[in-house]
Ligand binder design. Structure first.
Ligand SMILES: [Zn+2]
Length: 580
C-alpha cells in the first residue's frame, strides 16, 4: 500500500488514522510509518531513510541515531568501534541513575550517548565520534567525556584527523561536578591534538547546547553545522526567564551562528560526507606541486631559458599613456575582476570558511582553503560587490575588524597545517565607522601586522585593485607583494592626500602623481616585487590571460618556498620589511 493511497482514503490523515489504517492492513508492520514532528505529515519510514532522514514533505531534519549517522558518513564496512562497553558509574549515588542508564541501554542498544571509532570517509582515514540524543539528550557524563578523550588521544598517537558529530543537552546533571570536569578533559585532549598539527572538524547538529557547546563542540579547526540546528550555551527557555523577554525568531539557530562568526559553514545533510571528504583531502600532508609538463622549465625549477620570462608581456603591454590618476580610476572600476574571480580561476576546490569566532562574518573579506596544482593553500581576498545589493553586503570592500580577525584566524590555521597563504588585496581602506572603532579596528589591523610578520609559511599578496592604506597592509605583510599593472597602493586616497596636505581635494590628480602609487613607481621604490601585466584593462575579456600569467608566477613562488625551513620563511619576510 502506497502512502498516496492512504491520503486518498483520508485526506486529513494523521498518525492516529494511520494506525487505524495499519490495523486494517495487517501487511504493513509497525515501524514502517513515521510522523514528521515539524509538519506532522505521515511518512513512509523507508522514504525518510532514503532521504537522509530529512522530511520529504517539509525538509525538516529528523534527529539521527548514531549508527545511522555512521552509515551515512563512513565508507561502507570501514567503521571499527572503539571502547564499546565503557559505561558511567554513579559518582553522586544519585537515586535511580543506574536503573535509568540500564533501561536506556536496553531501549537504544547503545552503551552511552557517544559512539567512537575509526573509519574512512571518501577514502580518507579519520577518527569519528557521534552523539545520540536518545541517550539522556546526549548529555556529557564521565563515559561520554572519557570516550571522546580516548578517541582524540588515540587519533593524536596515530596522526589521524578527528570528526565529531555533536548533539547534546549539556553536562549530565546526575553526575554533578564529575560531569563538569569532562568539559576540561575533552578540551585538553583537543588542545594536544591541535598542538600536534592535527585536524579536528566538529559538526553541530540539533541541539548542541550547554557544556558541550562550551567545550569540544566549539573547538574544531573547522566547525560545520546542519541547517536550523539549535546551538547555544544557555537554552532559550533559560535566557527568556533570565531576561524576561521573548527571543527573536531564528535566535541560536545555525544561520544565526554563521552570521555571528561562530561557524565555518552550514552543510546540508546530503552533502555532509562529500564535504568532510573534501576537507580531509585538503589536509593531506606532504603534498607537492604537480605542474603541467608543458610549462616553462624555468618554473619547473630547472635551467633558465635565455631570459624568457612568462610575463615578458609586462614590458610592452602597459598603456604608457595612462597617468597615475587614470590608473586610480581604472583600479576602482566596477567591471574590474574581484577577489573571487581570481580565486575561481587560479585554484580548484575552493571551500569558503566563515567567521571570526568572536563577533561576525565580514562579507568584505572572503577566505578559505583551495588547491593549487595539488598543493592545499589558504586563500583570502578583500571582496567588493558586483551589484549594489552585493556591494552593501560586502560594505564596498571596506573590511570591519571582524574581517581582519577572520583573515588572521585563517592565516594562523594555514600556519598550523603548513599551507602557503595567498591574499588578494582590493580595498579603498578599512571601514571607518562607529562600530568599527567600538570593536577595535586599529587593534585588529595591528594584530594582523604583528602576527603575519612571524608566520612560518610563505605568504603572497597580490594587489588587484585598490590597495588602500592600513586596511590593505593588514593583508600584505607578505614574503612577496605583486600588483596588477593598473592597481594602486597608497598611504591614503589621492583625494584624502590632497585635502590633508593642500586643503583641496580637487587636486587629487596631482596628488596621484606626487604620491607614487602606481605599480611601476612602487616597483622602482622596492615596495613590490612584481607587476602583473594587464593587456588593456583587467576585465572579463582578458582575465584568462592575466590569470595564466599569475598562475605561472605563483607556481614559481611556491616552488621557491617548498623546501625552505619555516624559520627561514619568516626571517625572509622580516628582512623584507626591515629593509624599508
Ligand atoms: Zn515535515
Amino acid at each position: 500500500m502506497m502512502l498516496k493511497d492512504l491520503f486518498k482514503k483520508s485526506p486529513s490523515a494523521n498518525y492516529i488514522s494511520l494506525s487505524a489504517a495499519k490495523i486494517k492492513e495487517p501487511n504493513v508492520p509497525t515501524g514502517m510509518w513515521k510522523k514528521c514532528n515539524k509538519c506532522q505529515a505521515p511518512l513512509y519510514t523507508e522514504d525518510v531513510r532514503k532521504n537522509h532522514y530529512i522530511c520529504p514533505k517539509c525538509g525538516g531534519y529528523f534527529r539521527m541515531h548514531a549508527y545511522r549517522r555512521i552509515e551515512m558518513i563512513a565508507d561502507e564496512g570501514t567503521f571499527e568501534e572503539w571502547d564499546r562497553g565503557l559505561i558511567s558509574g554513579n559518582p553522586l549515588k544519585y537515586a535511580g541513575y543506574e536503573k535509568k542508564l540500564e533501561a536506556l541501554r536496553e531501549k537504544t542498544n547503545l552503551d552511552e550517548a557517544v559512539t567512537t571509532g575509526v573509519c574512512r570517509i571518501g577514502g580518507f582515514p579519520a577518527v569519528l565520534g557521534v552523539c545520540d540524543a536518545r541517550f539522556l539528550m546526549s548529555s556529557m557524563g564521565w563515559a561520554v567525556g572519557e570516550k571522546i578523550t580516548r578517541a582524540v588521544e588515540r587519533a593524536s598517537q596515530e596522526k589521524l584527523p578527528v570528526v565529531l558529530f555533536c548533539c547534546s543537552g549539556g553536562a549530565r546533571m546526575q553526575e554533578g561536578i564529575v560531569s563538569l570536569m569532562q568539559m576540561a578533559k575533552t578540551s585538553a585532549a583537543l588542545k594536544r591534538h591541535s598542538d600536534a598539527g592535527l585536524l579536528t572538524v566538529t559538526v553541530l547538529t540539533d541541539p548542541t547546547t550547554g557544556g558541550v557547546t562550551a567545550s569540544f563542540a566549539m573547538l574544531g579547526d573547522i566547525i560545520l553545522a546542519e541547517p536550523e540546528a539549535l546551538i547555544g550555551f544557555a537554552g532559550p527557555r533559560v535566557i527568556e526567564q533570565t531576561i524576561g523577554q521573548k527571543l527573536p525568531e531564528g535566535f541560536q539557530r545555525s544561520e544565526f551562528l554563521l552570521k555571528h562568526g561562530f561557524l565555518d559553514a552550514i552543510v546540508a545533510r546530503e552533502d555532509m560526507k562529500d564535504t568532510l571528504a573534501h576537507i580531509l583531502s585538503l589536509h593531506q600532508s606532504g603534498k607537492r606541486l604537480n605542474l603541467p609538463e608543458k610549462w616553462p622549465r624555468r618554473i619547473q625549477g630547472e635551467e633558465p631559458e635565455d631570459g624568457k620570462e612568462p610575463g615578458a608581456a609586462e614590458k610592452k603591454s602597459a598603456p604608457e599613456a595612462a597617468s597615475p590618476w587614470e590608473r586610480v580610476q581604472i583600479s576602482r572600476m566596477a567591471s574590474r575582476p574581484s577577489g573571487l574571480d581570481y580565486i575561481e580561476r587560479l585554484f580548484t576546490g575552493f571551500m569558503e570558511l566563515h567567521g571570526d569566532r568572536c563577533y561576525g562574518d565580514d562579507g568584505a573579506v572572503v577566505g578559505g582553503i583551495a588547491s593549487f596544482h595539488g598543493v592545499p593553500v589558504t586563500v583570502i581576498a578583500q571582496q567588493k560587490g558586483k551589484t549594489t545589493k552585493d556591494n552593501i553586503a560586502r560594505n564596498f570592500g571596506m573590511p570591519s575588524p571582524e574581517g581582519y580577525r577572520k583573515a588572521l584566524r585563517l592565516m594562523k590555521q594555514a600556519e598550523k597545517f603548513g599551507r602557503p597563504i595567498v591574499c588578494f588585496v582590493d580595498t579603498p581602506g578599512a571601514f571607518c565607522g562607529l562600530e568599527a572603532e567600538e570593536r577595535g579596528q586599529g587593534s585588529a589591523i595591528a594584530e594582523n601586522l604583528f602576527e603575519m610578520s612571524g608566520l612560518k609559511v610563505p605568504v603572497l599578496s597580490v594587489v588587484i585593485g585598490e590597495g588602500g592604506s592600513g586596511g590593505a597592509l593588514a593583508m600584505a605583510v607578505a614574503n612577496e607583494v605583486w600588483m596588477l599593472e593598473n592597481s594602486i597602493y597608497s598611504i591614503l586616497s589621492p583625494e584624502g592626500f590632497a585635502s590633508i596636505l593642500w586643503k583641496d581635494s580637487k587636486r587629487a590628480p596631482e596628488a596621484a602623481r606626487v604620491m607614487k602609487i602606481t605599480a611601476r613607481d612602487l616597483k622602482k621604490l622596492g615596495i613590490i616585487e612584481r607587476i602583473i601585466a594587464e593587456p588593456g584593462c583587467a576585465g572579463e575579456q582578458n582575465l584568462h590571460r592575466i590569470c595564466g600569467e599569475m598562475e605561472e608566477y605563483m607556481a614559481e613562488f611556491l616552488l621557491k618556498y617548498q623546501d625552505m625551513e619555516p624559520r627561514q620563511i619568516a626571517d625572509q619576510r622580516y628582512r623584507r620589511f626591515r629593509n624599508m
